[in-house]
Design a protein around this ligand. Structure first.
Ligand SMILES: [Zn+2]
Ligand SMILES: [Zn+2]
Length: 364
């Protein structure tokens, strides 16, 4: 079988059959079918999509993860599932690595293939962790295409340093009053302005990369003569490092508490949709670096990619700090950008990436 041709064929199949997070039924079935044909054992789950396959023998386990879901978005005026994050490519590269490894399966260790659902929901990795995906794992690798601004066509990066992100969703409970008698009310818009200027006064070291900003404000209604007591708001917080994100969260919590007192209102809030920043193992990164050098040559070895984007891959290391992990970045002239409805890239990059992945898994 021509492995490169097979990878492209698989890519075309998965690209033509996108499914959204937690509903990757056909995708899971197709991967299972491929594994059946290859005689590779795997586990499926009654309650979640995705599957975990394994080859080789031994005590040591090295794992690789491919996320399998697509996005739900408008393409040519029609809402539909669409593989605009390249998870169709991730599945094909990882299956391609499996084909390479099957030519001479490892005898000194097991290699585990985690086909993970729902990356775009930010919690598919947590489901796989619950299913024991990382039990016994020493090294974990991932792979993702990068936009062309981050990585040139034909180049490979030994790691991707995603940023961390979280949202605060809040409700202000003040007091309505007549516009003519503002002293009888507690105006939630004044409170929103106070929150806004407080956010602008959170200063951390200028050497750190971070941002916090209001992304939702709802106050007032039909009657322009009512001082609105209640309001809703949301804040989007990003930071390159997990500890910087935590510091901003702490400061925001303190600020909200202070504003409650000063304005005499109640502010209820909750933190939602946390995506952790990358915790990259230097050892795992070095294995990828050497694999890139030996398969593709030092010339196409790029620097680690630092990006404000995020990936739920990093929950694996947050929940299992003992696992040494890194994600390889693949440069494939990807444009206009990840999650763009008409995202395209150079498919020929997939076969080289699959070879490098196989070499990485052998070396780990
Ligand atoms: Zn995505
Ligand atoms: Zn993605």
């Amino acid at each position: 079988m021509d492995i490169n041709k097979q990878i492209v064929e698989w890519f075309r199949y998965f690209h033509a059959h996108p499914e959204v997070s937690w509903k990757e039924y056909g995708t899971t079935n197709k991967i299972a079918e491929i594994l059946d044909e290859l005689g590779v054992g795997y586990r499926r789950f009654p309650d979640v999509t995705g599957l975990i396959a394994e080859i080789g023998e031994g005590e040591v386990v090295t794992a690789v993860r491919a996320d399998i879901d697509a996005l739900w978005q408008e393409v040519d005026d029609v809402m539909q599932a669409n593989h605009s994050c390249g998870h169709d490519a991730n599945i094909s590269m990882v299956l391609g690595a499996l084909l390479h490894l099957l030519e001479d399966p490892p005898k000194d260790k097991k290699i585990r293939f985690i086909f993970q659902p729902a990356e775009e929901k930010g919690n598919g990795s947590l489901a796989m962790i619950e299913k024991g995906a990382l039990d016994g794992v020493g090294f974990l690798f991932g792979v993702h295409l990068r936009p062309k601004e981050e990585l040139r066509d034909g180049y490979f990066a030994p790691s991707i340093h995603h940023g961390a992100g979280i949202y605060m969703e809040g409700k202000i409970k003040g007091m309505d009053a007549h516009g003519a008698r503002p002293h009888q009310g507690k105006n939630s818009i004044d409170v929103l302005m106070a929150i806004h200027s407080y956010i602008r006064s959170i200063y951390l070291s200028p050497f750190e990369s971070y941002s916090a900003k209001l992304t939702k404000l709802i106050a007032g209604g039909e009657n322009l003569n009512i001082i609105p007591g209640n309001a809703e708001f949301a804040i989007d917080v990003r930071a390159q490092k997990n500890e910087v994100l935590e510091e901003i969260q702490k400061r925001l919590g303190e600020g909200i508490e202070g504003i409650e007192k000063v304005y005499g209102v109640k502010i209820d809030y909750a933190w939602t949709d946390h995506t952790p920043g990358a915790v990259v193992s230097a050892e795992a990164e070095d294995i990828i670096r050497k694999a890139i050098g030996s398969i593709a040559g030092e010339r196409v070895l790029a620097q680690p990619v630092i990006t404000s984007g995020s990936d739920d891959f990093h929950f694996y290391t947050i929940k299992h700090p003992e696992v040494k992990a890194a994600m390889m970045g693949v440069g494939a002239d990807l444009s206009p950008g990840l999650h763009h409805p008409r995202m395209t890239f150079n498919i020929s990059a997939l076969s080289q990436a699959a070879k490098i992945l196989a070499e990485t898994l052998r070396r780990a």
